[in-house]
Design a protein around this ligand. Structure first.
Ligand code: PRP
Ligand code: URA
Length: 207
């Protein structure tokens, strides 16, 4: 399942993100805000538990999100920019990390770090990466999560290419993808067109 979240605020902020003139500080703020807005959509089906609270007048029935079971997993580096915005919505979420980079020649992902909380089978995972290009990184990260027993995984990105969506759907049809924009295509270097450039470099000022 692919959900393109077309809220006006999201479209406005993605357009600012694409703009080559957007400075690093603003780029980082936009990724943070977009992640929070995307999470609002992606959390719509989270499980809740019923509970009773006392208002100043009487007892009221309410619900609490099983936040401790929500686990955010940014794909390093660029996924890191999406963590804080979601944690503002779900402060009790845990955070794991997956380190991957794309080999410049093959465009295939190279693994360098993996750490997630225990009890993977009990958790809802939000895998985070602003860019879904060839899909190699997302598929590898989902493979790694599933090897630990994870069964409920959602992939949240900002800009996706059709090839990446197809690759993730083919390898992991059970993993819903949420994006803020579905772009046209990849260029010969595996960059998304029109895209926004290199998300990690723009977030961390490494170019
Ligand atoms: C970027 C991006 C994704 C990956 C997407 O990371 O953040 O992780 O490329 O490409 P794919 O869908 O073709 O795998 P990159 O490899 O540049 O690493 P970085 O975040 O450390 O710069
Ligand atoms: N990674 C990026 O950061 N940007 C792209 O366009 C593709 C992969």
């Amino acid at each position: 399942m692919l959900t393109v979240v077309r809220h006006p605020l999201i479209q406005h902020k993605v357009t600012m993100l694409r703009d080559r003139r957007t400075p690093k500080k603003v780029f980082k703020e936009l990724v943070d805000e977009l992640a929070m807005l995307m999470a609002y959509e992606a959390t719509a089906t989270l499980a809740v538990d019923e509970l009773t609270v006392q208002t100043p007048l009487e007892a009221a029935t309410g619900w609490t999100v099983r936040g401790k079971k929500l686990t955010l997993v940014p794909i390093l580096r660029a996924g890191l920019g999406m963590v804080e915005g979601i944690l503002r919505l779900v402060p009790s979420a845990r955070v794991g990390h997956i380190g991957l980079y794309r080999d410049h020649d093959t465009l295939e992902p190279v693994d360098y770090y993996f750490k997630i909380p225990g009890d993977a089978a009990e958790r809802d995972f939000f895998l985070l990466d602003p860019m879904l290009a060839t899909g190699g990184s997302a598929v590898s990260a989902i493979d790694s999560l599933k090897r630990t027993g994870a069964t409920r995984i959602r992939f949240l990105c900002l800009v996706a290419a059709p090839a990446g969506v197809q690759r993730v759907h083919a390898a992991h049809p059970d993993v819903p993808i949420y994006c803020a924009a579905l772009d046209r295509e990849l260029n010969e270097h595996g960059y998304i067109l029109p895209g926004l450039g290199d998300a990690g470099d723009r977030l961390f000022g490494t170019r």
